[in-house]
Design a protein around this ligand. Sequence first.
Ligand SMILES: Nc1ncnc2c1ncn2[C@@H]1O[C@H](COP(=O)(O)OP(=O)(O)OP(=O)(O)O)[C@@H](O)[C@H]1O
Ligand SMILES: O=P(O)(O)OC[C@H]1O[C@H](OP(=O)(O)OP(=O)(O)O)[C@H](O)[C@@H]1O
Ligand SMILES: [Mg+2]
Length: 282
Amino acid sequence: MLRIAVPNKGSLSEPASEMLREAGYRQRRDTRELVLADPDNDVEFFFLRPRDVAVYVGAGTVDAGITGRDLMLDSGAAAEEHLPLGFARSTFRFAAPQGTVTELSQIAGRRVATSYSVLVGAYLAEHGVAADAIVHLDGAVESSVRLGVADVIADVVETGTTLRAAGLEIFGDPILLSEAVLIRRAGTESHPGLETLTRRLQGVLTARQYVLMDYDVPVGLVDAAVAITPGLESPTVSPLHDREWAAVRAMVRRDQTNKVMDDLYDVGARAILVTSIHACRI
Ligand SMILES: Nc1ncnc2c1ncn2[C@@H]1O[C@H](COP(=O)(O)OP(=O)(O)OP(=O)(O)O)[C@@H](O)[C@H]1O
Ligand SMILES: O=P(O)(O)OC[C@H]1O[C@H](OP(=O)(O)OP(=O)(O)O)[C@H](O)[C@@H]1O
Ligand SMILES: [Mg+2]
């Protein structure tokens, strides 16, 4: 039985469960459920605080877990990234009141508030900057400067709305680019069930990232069209009843759909159809 830790709250929780559901696993209906068995798939899910997921994975009491890259690194647990999952993307950055601090070295002698003390401590040490103190807070870190417990913050930034509202401005390079990741215990043999889970999640990622494109093209223009839609391996080219024309089917990146259709039309393709991929195994 594969044991998987899943965030029970916060911004990772809902998309993580949604992705597992799309991958064919049972997920809880009631957000208060802490454990859920999925006997058909020989899997057991443990719903844990996002910050604790890496701790359990590092201790080896669960085989894998979903958490944020930033949370995993901050935990200091013996866990490693197994598969990036493409949601909960954020950057982790320093910020300060407009015009007060503009570069990393100026953190020397100042107080830094953060919920990610380990991550920030390691980053400052690596860059040879000695802060006056790292003030550990649980959340709402953006208010710490106004309330006088810190001079600078280090926090998760997505749209920047929260920072702006607090009158803060980012400075320095991003400390980290984060997203949700599937993690496993560092340096261990992979559980056979983990390989199935990984393939299923990769299938979900592919189905989200790609569409299926079908079109007809004159036989003499197949090579030009296929150069625009090379697919993942090689596109399918089938004869049509009208021997002058061929039908082509290829996977295309979802975010390039319209540009690819324009280019295909320009080389002479017609009847271009786009279909979503419901599920796949690559
Ligand atoms: N606004 C956001 N946009 C994208 N990702 C985010 C955002 N806020 C947090 N995250 C990411 O989500 C993960 C966990 O953060 P989240 O804030 O959900 O946990 P939490 O702070 O424990 O929950 P809560 O804020 O509900 O107490 C981290 O990996 C973080 O980078
Ligand atoms: O750049 P933005 O799009 O504004 O998003 C970033 C904010 O979102 C998260 O806060 P959350 O709501 O999780 O509150 P918390 O700080 O108490 O964890 C994060 O900690 C930032 O404060
Ligand atoms: Mg939060």
